[in-house]
Design a protein around this ligand. Sequence first.
Ligand code: SAH
Length: 314
Amino acid sequence: MALFSVFSRSVIAEPRVRMRQVMRWAARVTHDVQRFWPHAQAVIPNYLQLSPSLGAGEVALVGSGPGGVELLTMAAFQMLNQADVVVYDRLVSDEILQLIPANIDTVCVGKAASFHSVPQSRINEILIERAQRGQRVVRLKGGDSFIFGRGGEELEQLAKAGVIFRVIPGITAASGCTSYAGIPLTHRDYAQAVTFVTGHCQHNGQPPDWHSLVASNHTLVVYMGRLSATSIQQALLAQGMSEQMPVAVIENGTRSDQRIFSGTLIQLAKLAEHAASPALLVVGEVVRLHQTLDWFNTAAQKIPQATQLSQFDN
Ligand code: SAH
């Protein structure tokens, strides 16, 4: 009874905790049933079973979002519970990996900006081989697979090999991390446009066209920009952006260990030096709003229920 009241208070007080709890609960039920009944199909409540079931020989390209477990979509959760194998990247958070039922085969093909553990061609082969064996394959990526995620390239290879596939979108880092940092990407007073750009341009060696990105009333979000923050800072200054333009570096956005380093453009390289991976750079007047609208880091420090809930959980 006491436990129930702690739980119900937490559930009412904190929707983020509530979703996290529901997903952990569903994952645990699935895990327990499959331990005793290894051939069980997905054991997920009907109300979570929203997409057509994953078929034999089919690949689901699934975006897992930026890391916070509550940001996984229901469709993604369903796919994870119906897979025979999950092929995942390093960017997928541990919390989300823990939702994968224990009897499902997992293959890590981890990728980081300066480190590719499995070449892209081999990843394509793994997906095709597994699907052609008749397995139900989930290809799990961080954020959204179609935003700097090479999802398109992988699907082109599957299409060529005649493998059936579907795509489950995820919340991309630009959207998730800025929301959890209290930085609206657009705002009528500060930004009428937003651009997502990569700071890591190894493909054809061409840097982005910074000139076209230094517009007023515009938010710039740089993925994979932490290691090249010095040259990004120089390029933006060289194109006439003010030294005082607000910037933020969001490390581990949406995760419990999220950290935000904010300052102005002249400090960008220094701020990025302090941040660990994954980190997202945000440049634009909207960053000013972080001071007033930061809610997640503030909430994380203020929620005693979260601790109580984890006691209940274990
Ligand atoms: N497909 C992904 C992006 C992959 S590129 C998406 O849609 O989000 C990898 C880059 O994404 C990282 O270098 C970082 O810049 C950004 N990123 C992804 N998750 C992040 C997180 N939780 N916090 C901060 N940056 C993140």
